[in-house]
Design a protein around this ligand. Structure first.
Ligand SMILES: NC(=O)c1ccc[n+]([C@@H]2O[C@H](COP(=O)([O-])OP(=O)(O)OC[C@H]3O[C@@H](n4cnc5c(N)ncnc54)[C@H](OP(=O)(O)O)[C@@H]3O)[C@@H](O)[C@H]2O)c1
Length: 303
């Protein structure tokens, strides 16, 4: 019997990485290793070892640790993100992942899944989204490297749609705010469903060198608000902030005087959603019919 393939997760102590580790191990067909930093707190590591993840100490900025971690590895999944400081996103997601791609080039890796979990950034232009510019550059580097890869595109995380980051729902102020005409469709997938689909795609040879496009739900801002009202029985003040063109102007103006990309980053994600520019098409949900993703209605019922 052939040995189980080994997956190395970089970012396993993080929110998505830990879910990805669980989803892969739940399928039982692959071993999981995690690259963890030497200063990772034991409370982040214990849940991983309890699941059966083998820990390897290393860092994206320590090349020799990457070579060591890649020994015996068939598949790399990264779920890194800037986190500890404001400049980390570019450093970690771009430079860090480039280091990993470089180290992986000589290893005969079967698959590399970069840290995407995003809207369809291939349809965006450079400059449309500060964070996704780095994903576009990583995608280019990965394609150029010749390493077999899969890009995981899922729209917005459903959890994030209801979080303060996107500024759609403000439960304290009791407002629902949206740009555009409210009719353009966008995609949302829960973090758990994203991990489950990713685990399927790792074992699916048809997913090599292409994006995996999944939507747990696809709906408009008007449908999102209506679903919220129906499920919760609550009413929020629904306020239109302007047209898609107004939003673009707001972003361009804010960018010129901003001291940090955080001043316009949420709006850049909203722009891709309400303009339809980041919309996923030709979904792959049907490839894995045993996964029934959580729709927004169900998510709200469980909230
Ligand atoms: N579509 C959406 O709505 C949406 C929303 C949120 C996130 N995302 C995406 O999902 C992905 C994962 O995000 P997340 O929230 O799960 O991230 P997270 O919780 O912040 O985790 C980031 C991970 O990266 C690790 N890491 C950072 N620097 C590293 C380095 N130099 N070497 C090795 N590991 C390093 C961290 O390790 P330590 O524990 O050592 O810090 C941590 O495990 C990102 O691409 C993010 O943009 C998408």
């Amino acid at each position: 019997m052939a040995a189980k393939p080994t997956v190395l997760i970089v970012g396993a102590t993080g929110m998505m990485g830990s879910k990805i580790a669980s989803a892969i191990l739940n399928k039982g067909a692959m071993n999981v290793k995690a690259l963890v930093r030497s200063d990772s707190p034991s409370k982040a590591l214990e849940p991983l070892t309890e699941k059966g993840v083998t820990l390897v100490e290393g860092d994206l900025f320590d090349t020799s640790s990457l070579f060591k971690a890649l020994e015996g590895v068939d598949i790399v999944v990264t779920s890194v993100r800037g986190g500890r400081t404001e400049t980390d996103e570019k450093e970690i997601v771009l430079t860090g992942q480039l280091n990993l791609i470089e180290a992986a080039k000589a290893t005969g890796l079967q698959r590399f899944i970069p840290s995407d979990f995003a809207i369809d950034y291939f349809k965006l232009d450079l400059g449309d989204n500060y964070n996704l510019d780095f994903r576009k550059q990583i995608a280019d580097a990965l394609i150029a490297s010749g390493i077999p890869h899969t890009f995981v595109l899922i729209g917005a995380f459903t959890e994030v749609v209801f979080s303060p980051f996107l500024k759609i729902f403000d439960f304290q102020a009791e407002t629902f705010s949206y740009w555009g005409d409210g009719e353009t469709l966008f995609d949302a997938t829960t973090t758990d469903d994203t991990a489950k689909y990713l685990a399927e795609a790792l074992a699916d040879p048809k997913m090599v060198n292409r994006p995996l496009k999944i939507a747990g739900d696809t709906l408009s801002m008007n449908q999102l608000y209506a679903t919220y009202e129906v499920v919760t029985g609550k009413t929020l003040k629904k306020q239109n902030l302007g047209s898609v063109e107004d939003l673009k102007t707001w972003i361009d103006t804010t960018k010129q005087k901003a001291t940090s990309h955080y001043e316009y980053l949420s709006e850049q994600y909203i722009y891709a959603m309400v303009s339809g520019k980041g919309k996923l098409d030709s979904l792959d949900n049907d490839r894995y019919p045993h996964i029934q993703p959580t729709r927004i209605k169900q998510f709200l019922q469980q909230m």
